[in-house]
Write a protein that binds this ligand. Structure first.
Ligand SMILES: *[C@@H]1O[C@H](CO)[C@@H](O)[C@H](O)[C@H]1NC(C)=O
Ligand SMILES: *[C@@H]1O[C@H](CO)[C@@H](O)[C@H](O)[C@H]1NC(C)=O
Ligand SMILES: *[C@@H]1O[C@H](CO)[C@@H](O)[C@H](O)[C@H]1NC(C)=O
Ligand SMILES: *[C@@H]1O[C@H](CO)[C@@H](O)[C@H](O)[C@H]1NC(C)=O
Ligand SMILES: *[C@@H]1O[C@H](CO)[C@@H](O)[C@H](O)[C@H]1NC(C)=O
Ligand SMILES: *[C@@H]1O[C@H](CO)[C@@H](O)[C@H](O)[C@H]1NC(C)=O
Ligand SMILES: *[C@@H]1O[C@H](CO)[C@@H](O)[C@H](O)[C@H]1NC(C)=O
Ligand SMILES: *[C@@H]1O[C@H](CO)[C@@H](O)[C@H](O)[C@H]1NC(C)=O
Ligand SMILES: *[C@@H]1O[C@H](CO)[C@@H](O)[C@H](O)[C@H]1NC(C)=O
Ligand SMILES: [Cu+2]
Length: 614
């Protein structure tokens, strides 16, 4: 712990009471998350559906069952607009859905159809947007995956788009903007799909979003990331939030002109002695690996991402960006007790100025403004990766089916380009989005030739029935690698060259995001992933660190191209391109960023002005 970070935690624990200095509306807008009024979620699903129909337990395997409840599902309206919020007491410009930070929680039952009307009301300045439903397979609707330049054009300023998709898997996830690093400005929220559970618990305490936080607008961070030297360091996050809340010590503020209030307020949770709780942990941050602990309490992990696992006990949960873990916690404290819940941006793995997030847990007889005096659980911070693969076994067997039909090596490198801008490369290609020509409609029309090749970074796997990705990371920091449209089996991880040995070959770890550790060109770190290409579509595979995506650490995969050509894409996709084309015809686009981002000239002017003031 650095001296200043320790001092910040000490100043909180030294308080005589935890009374927030700012109202919830100023820190989090219309969101209730992190307050004692946040509802517990129903343990019997939306509308109290306790029985999952005629499904037998083996049919609960979400990856072997195409389950449609046939009962429709919820509709949400998302209005995306700029605003100002002070989640940690520092007032900054944000972009929010319905004025909420974190954004609204989507809740549905397994097999329901989720409909979301998304309207882009981002002005001053305007920019595009698009929402990705992280972890949803989108087997019936690959065009609703929400990645601009892939499944659709960005939703143009002033336009709306309706997404409608099956809740085809169940568990804990989140939705977020996939336009550049826009989600780190606040465009993200939980997505809970209720389904069968292999464990029992009394209370579902709901989503717990863990996110690093920056005091600058995301555009200026992207600008810094994409700038030529002297800017060799990654951007350091300024805070760490639990459900969008943490208190920042204003004496630590680097930009003294920013409006800051100390003791803004922490997230609070209620426990009742003797009960068992379900916590849904989500790393919704931009960069950092989170280490989640609760003082004097152990946890039982029973799902990773959308994959139920054989329960195992731990005292720390590690989450790379994009990952989720469901845990059970036994409320073993006395009725009058209080404890700290903590999430640390890993001191070993992350670039964080104030890495320690705190929230308070109050048992039923405790005073809910009292300050916990408990001690942090020590943990092993040496591995910038996930729990060892040998620890994790999917609850439903989903072994990789033998040797894959196609093996694709993917080597991650990082280097300055000819203009001295530091970029990431996968097999020597740094990705650049072309928002006006998404590859899904092109592939559907039989067009697999890309005018700007190789920068669209497309891997067409054709009709190969399964694919094995061997990802070698020669960069010193780890990457949370996320595949859309699938959960993959994780066959192995290590350093050097994979020797072909599979961990738990009969039933390997499985999820949609997996950390590959940091490596070097001579001793790269690797992960070996395998999946069946049973989802004709265009599926991005990328690092989930916002700044690394901006730097081009991203590829597009196409699978079952012949089947994809036979599908009928609804007009809504073409409509996004019609309005985006009309918008960009009137607004000059300046391509300063190699990732999921095209900045407009005036965004750039603002970003440069902000950066210039430093
Ligand atoms: C959630 O459940 C806890 C019991 O664990 C209870 O004390 C609390 O009041 C509930 N929260 C709400 C908002 O009902
Ligand atoms: C935050 O800053 C904005 C822009 O300066 C200002 O309009 C808003 O009132 C500030 N918020 C608070 C709570 O002071
Ligand atoms: C947590 O688990 C460890 C290992 O099983 C055990 O030693 C420890 O006492 C447990 N702590 C609590 C608070 O239950
Ligand atoms: C909690 O209750 C125990 C047992 O009655 C008592 O010893 C302790 O002082 C109480 N603690 C607080 C914070 O009230
Ligand atoms: C990338 O470039 C290096 C250096 O030119 C070369 O050795 C390597 O084979 C290339 N890798 C791929 C996958 O093309
Ligand atoms: C394929 O699409 C690209 C991008 O829109 C276009 O430039 C090219 O002409 C198309 N090729 C064919 C054969 O239609
Ligand atoms: C599998 O992929 C390889 C390499 O891209 C390709 O040559 C082959 O045609 C593909 N096989 C099928 C059945 O599509
Ligand atoms: C280097 O990358 C930046 C950012 O993507 C781009 O603007 C610039 O044109 C690139 N330089 C060269 C020589 O390709
Ligand atoms: C400092 O904060 C002020 C007020 O939010 C802002 O206008 C300015 O751009 C910031 N400067 C830097 C260098 O971040
Ligand atoms: Cu990365």
């Amino acid at each position: 712990m650095t001296a200043s970070a320790a001092a910040a935690v000490a100043s909180l624990t030294a308080l005589s009471s935890l009374v927030p200095a700012l109202p919830q509306t100023v820190t989090n807008g219309a969101s209730l998350l992190g307050t004692l009024s946040a509802p517990n979620l129903s343990v019997t699903g939306v509308d109290g559906i306790v029985s999952w129909g005629a499904n037998t337990v083996s049919n609960y395997n979400p990856y072997a069952t195409d389950f449609n409840s046939g009962r429709g599902g919820p509709t949400y309206n998302f209005n995306i607009a700029r605003g100002y919020k002070s989640p940690d007491g520092v007032n900054r410009s944000v972009i929010l859905v319905n004025g909420q930070f974190p954004g609204p929680t989507i809740e549905a039952n397994w097999g329901d159809t989720i409909t979301v009307n998304v309207c882009n009301q981002i002005t001053g300045p305007e920019e595009g947007t698009s929402i990705h439903w992280h972890g949803i397979l989108q087997k019936a609707t690959p065009w609703y995956d929400g990645v601009p330049a892939v499944a659709q054009c960005p939703i143009a300023p002033g336009s709306c788009m309706t997404y409608s998709f099956l809740a085809d898997v169940y568990g804990t996830s989140w939705w977020h903007s996939h336009y550049s690093a826009q989600y780190s400005a606040g465009v993200a929220g939980p997505m809970i799909i209720h389904g069968p559970s292999q464990v029992e618990y009394d209370i579902d305490i709901g989503p717990i979003m863990l996110s690093d936080w920056f005091h600058l607008p995301y555009e200026s961070i992207v600008d810094e990331v994409m700038a030529s030297p002297p800017n060799p360091l990654p951007p350091f996050s300024d805070s760490n939030l639990i459900n969008g809340k943490m208190s920042f010590d204003c004496s630590q503020l680097t930009n003294k002109t920013q409006q800051c209030t100390s003791n803004a307020g922490l997230s609070k949770f209620k426990f009742e002695s003797g009960k068992t709780y379900r916590l849904r942990l989500i790393n919704s941050g931009a960069e950092g690996i989170q280490r989640f602990t609760i003082d004097d309490h152990n946890m039982t992990i029973f799902a990773n991402d959308f994959v139920p696992v054989v329960p195992y006990n731990t005292n720390v949960v590690t989450l790379g960006v994009g990952q989720r873990t469901d845990v059970l916690v036994k409320a073993t404290g006395a009725p009058n007790s209080t404890f700290w819940m903590r999430s640390d941006l890993s001191p070993t793995c992350d670039a964080a100025s104030h890495p320690y997030a705190l929230a308070a847990i109050y048992y039923e007889d405790a005073d809910t403004s009292s300050v916990p005096h408990t001690t942090a659980t020590p943990y092993d911070d040496s591995k910038c990766g996930n729990d060892n693969l040998a620890l994790t076994t999917p609850y439903y067997n989903y072994a990789a089916t033998g040797n894959a039909a196609l093996t694709q090596d993917l080597t991650i490198t990082a280097a300055p380009n000819a203009s001295d801008v530091f970029l990431f490369y996968v097999n020597n290609v740094t990705f650049r989005a072309n928002y006006n020509h998404p590859i899904l409609p092109l592939a559907n029309a039989g067009n697999f030739s890309y005018p700007d090749d190789p920068e669209w970074a497309v891997y067409n796997f054709n009709a190969n029935a399964s694919v094995r990705l061997i990802v070698y990371n020669t960069f010193l920091a780890s990457h949370p690698m996320h595949l859309h449209g699938h959960n993959f089996n994780v066959l192995a991880e290590g350093f050097g060259t994979w020797n072909g040995v599979i961990t738990h070959a009969a039933n390997t770890q499985r999820r949609d995001t997996q950390l590959v550790q940091g490596g070097t060109p001579t001793n790269p770190a690797y992960i070996v992933l395998q999946y069946n290409t049973d989802n004709p579509g265009t599926w991005p595979f990328h690092c989930h660190i916002a700044w690394h995506v901006s730097g081009g650490l991203y590829i597009n995969t196409i699978e079952q191209d012949a089947l994809l050509e036979k599908r009928v894409i609804p007009a809504v996709t073409a409509n996004t391109c019609a309005s985006w084309d009309a918008y960009t015809a009137k607004n000059v686009v300046d391509e300063i960023d190699s990732g999921e981002k095209r900045m407009f000239k005036r965004d750039m002017a603002i970003a440069r002005a902000v950066a210039g003031g430093r």
